[in-house]
Design a binder for this molecule. Structure first.
Ligand SMILES: C[S@@+](CC[C@H](N)C(=O)[O-])C[C@H]1O[C@@H](n2cnc3c(N)ncnc32)[C@H](O)[C@@H]1O
Length: 207
């Protein structure tokens, strides 16, 4: 088994349990998700195809469906437990949202179905190893001029907090922004703070 497969398997196990109380708890620390979609709506006027990688319980899928009434949306996730939660939530938009149960380790789009917008919200910090490969693969799934929009944990100056987040599969070492900067031209690039300055999170929209 490769390190990437081991990571995927361990995340599946983690979310088997965490899916049960994910929506009840994550609002308190996954900051910037609503803001990301509002920001994207300013930048991408009428996307027809949208992909969310690591869509989890579907909060962003619903927000995207509301923000972009003309768009077809695909939510992809490796956890069937998280997708089960998403399925219930997206029911009112079932004609426009598809769910894909798989890890993002290869292209999703065929040549004629590339995406105008790819959203990744608090998934990249958990893909270790492989977050850099995910960012690279997105280029092939985006149509020319397409937009990548990311919100995620960035870094913390507190060693104990970095270690605690590591226990929860989250890497917070500024690695995501460095990789996005290397592959995309930023249109929006913001750093926010959680609970004073316990941690920083990044919002990045780029082409
Ligand atoms: C912290 S949750 C974020 C869920 C959602 N995007 C949100 O903002 O609430 C991370 C999600 O990414 C998924 N995930 C992690 N690695 C993945 C991979 N390589 N491919 C697809 N999904 C992945 C996990 O199963 C989990 O549902």
């Amino acid at each position: 088994m490769s390190d990437a497969d081991r990571n995927a398997s361990s995340l599946r196990g983690y979310y088997r349990w965490h899916a049960k109380f994910y929506d009840a708890t994550r609002w308190a620390f996954l900051f910037g998700r609503r803001g990301l979609i509002a920001t994207v709506a300013d930048q991408v006027k009428t996307p027809t195809r949208i992909l969310e990688i690591g869509c989890g319980t579907g909060k962003n899928l619903v927000a995207l469906a509301e923000a972009f009434p003309g768009a077809k949306i695909t939510g992809l996730d490796l956890s069937s437990d998280m997708l089960d939660c998403a399925r219930a939530k997206i029911a009112p938009f079932a004609d426009r949202i598809d769910l894909l149960h798989r890890p993002y380790n290869g292209p999703v789009a065929g040549e004629d179905g590339k995406f105008d917008l790819i959203v990744i919200s608090y998934a990249l910090s958990m893909i270790n190893p492989g977050f850099d490969e995910v960012i690279r693969l997105c280029r092939g799934d985006l149509r020319e001029g397409g937009v990548i929009a990311v919100v995620d944990f960035h870094e913390t100056r507190w060693t104990w907090f970095r270690k605690w987040m590591g226990v929860n599969h989250v890497r917070m070492e500024g690695q995501i922004l460095a990789q996005l900067d290397a592959g995309y031209e930023a249109v929006v690039r913001q750093i926010g703070r959680g609970y004073g300055d316990l941690w920083r999170y990044v919002t990045f929209v780029g082409r």
